[in-house]
Design a protein around this ligand. Structure first.
Ligand code: AMP
Ligand code: MG
Length: 480
């Protein structure tokens, strides 16, 4: 049952524009996330597939929906720009049966006043890609926006070639971004206060009424990001376009574009074709997150203290906390990946030594940790390194010191080192079948496997295999 309770649309109108989803010729449901729909209490809002396709492409607006395009700004690859939902819109906020407030948004639903020269549309391929990867992230336990539906519009979109169009329904804790604060700060100070109060009420309500609430809010955002980015690093997720408009205040992974999972462990791994300088490479994500938070802090300076120097000091303190918290989450995550229950000062060195070996041997990151967790043979390239044997002995000695057997450690490790990640070549295969052959079975099978990333059923083995060598130079595109 729909339970709209739209609060963003009550905020000052400088923050958004009313918008209407575009009419499309022949909407047709491509994928529907049944489990998510029931979680949201939205499994009963349509009667049949045709009506569902019409609702989830914005052809029929549910009662209570108030579609708006949100305004925001952002640093894109380091350059400040005015942006806004150019091909997305917020249908409204829905209260789930458990009382959780979620944004229901469309992506690819046509032009808005922020579209600049864009057509406001999206192609089926990139929307299905977001569906697969966001659902995989969720199954891996990583905070993310979710994907409820992809509806083909029956209309072509013009990219390098003509592609079939689609609308994705995205569910998020909110669509507040670092860039939303940058936008408000550039508009006027009172808007910044209003936005910050709104964000606190929505994401950190325990801070309401606190005298230092804005600094504490900033700290809360930074700590959420510290945890999120550590989780990305621990599974080898590369966002690809960590612009400040693509960083969520709620701490969810948002705006899936040219993202990809790393195969071979490499701090310099980059997949996005537009990231020529490697700004958003794997090993640089924590530093970029901190840079983005610095832009947020900069925008929020007037909220932190009336004295600018004091405000800057507070901001620096929070950014330092981000760094420390990130490091703690990451190191703790590596400990659990190695099956360690306790903490010793040298654990980070032990973990780093393993990563260095993986890099040296050009090992698949996921498979190497998984093999260590199951006791299967390590990748050959690793086995032949004399230093690997030494490392194994150190690891075993470390486990012995905490009174854990290798078997006990491995049991726990299988719960944190995924067997399955969305392998780029498998994602491409599923998209190819869906786009070119109208076959959804491969995509459904892939998504089903990715929903259980820590268990490897025999029928899912093929999804765990490393990429063929033809995928070594795999590139992703922005999908706009
Ligand atoms: P993204 O890289 O997806 O985060 O998008 C960056 C900005 O470009 C956002 O303001 C989008 O709304 C806008 N944008 C991306 N694709 C399109 C499109 N096809 N039409 C209009 N705006 C777009
Ligand atoms: Mg974006």
């Amino acid at each position: 049952m729909w339970q709209f309770d739209n609060t963003y649309a009550r905020l000052p109108s400088a923050l958004y524009e009313r918008a209407t989803p575009a009419r499309v010729r022949a909407p047709q449901m491509v994928v529907w996330n049944d489990a998510l729909a029931s979680e949201l209490g939205l499994d009963d809002v349509t009667q049949d597939a045709l009506q569902a396709a019409r609702v989830w492409s914005g052809q029929v607006l549910p009662e209570g929906a108030e579609p708006i395009a949100q305004a925001y700004a952002g640093h894109q690859f380091g350059h400040f720009t005015m942006l806004g939902d150019g091909r997305a819109l917020l249908l409204g906020e829905h209260l789930t049966p458990t009382g959780q407030r979620v944004d229901i948004a469309f992506k690819g639903s046509g032009q808005t006043s922020y579209s600049r020269r864009g057509d406001g549309r999206a192609a089926v391929g990139p929307m299905l890609r977001e569906y697969i990867i966001s659902e995989a992230m969720h199954a891996l336990g990583i905070p993310t926006t979710r994907s409820l539906a992809v509806v083909a519009t029956g209309e072509p979109v013009m990219r390098e070639t003509m592609l079939p169009g689609a609308v994705l329904t995205r569910i998020a804790s909110s669509h507040l971004r670092v860039g939303t604060f940058q936008y408000a700060a550039g508009w006027q100070e009172s808007l910044l206060y209003t936005l910050a109060d709104y964000a606190i009420a929505r994401h950190d309500p325990h801070l309401l009424g606190e005298s230092q609430r804005y600094a504490q809010f900033l700290r809360a955002v930074a700590l959420r990001q510290a945890k999120l980015i550590a989780q990305w690093q621990l599974v080898g997720f590369i966002h690809g376009v960590m612009n400040t408009d693509n960083m969520s205040i709620a701490g969810e992974t948002i705006d899936y574009g040219p993202c990809a999972f790393m195969d071979i462990y490499d701090p310099d791994a980059v997949f996005s074709s537009i990231d020529e300088a490697g700004r958003y490479r794997y090993g640089h994500q924590p530093a970029i997150a901190q840079w983005n938070l610095a832009r947020l802090a900069e925008a929020c300076l007037p909220l932190l203290h009336s004295n600018r120097d004091k405000a800057v000091d507070l901001a620096h303190g929070i950014l330092d906390e981000f760094r420390t918290a990130y490091q703690a989450h990451y190191e703790q995550g590596l400990r659990t990946k190695l099956g360690l229950n306790t903490a010793e000062p040298d654990d980070a060195t032990l973990a780093q030594a393993y990563l260095t070996l993986l890099q040296l041997a050009k090992c698949d990151y996921t498979l190497a940790f998984r093999a260590l967790s199951t006791g299967e043979a390590a990748p050959l390239a690793l086995q032949v390194l004399p230093a690997y044997d030494e490392w194994l002995q150190q690891w075993q000695a470390r486990l012995t010191r905490e009174g854990r057997t290798v078997e006990q450690a491995r049991l726990a490790m299988r719960g944190v080192n995924p067997a399955l990640i969305p392998r780029n070549y498998r994602v491409e295969e599923a998209l190819y079948a869906a786009e070119r052959r109208n076959e959804l079975a491969p995509l459904q099978a892939l998504v089903a496997a990715l929903r259980q990333p820590f268990e490897l059923a025999p029928e899912h083995h093929k999804f765990a295999e490393p990429p063929p060598s033809s995928f070594r130079n795999y590139q992703t595109f922005c999908g706009t």
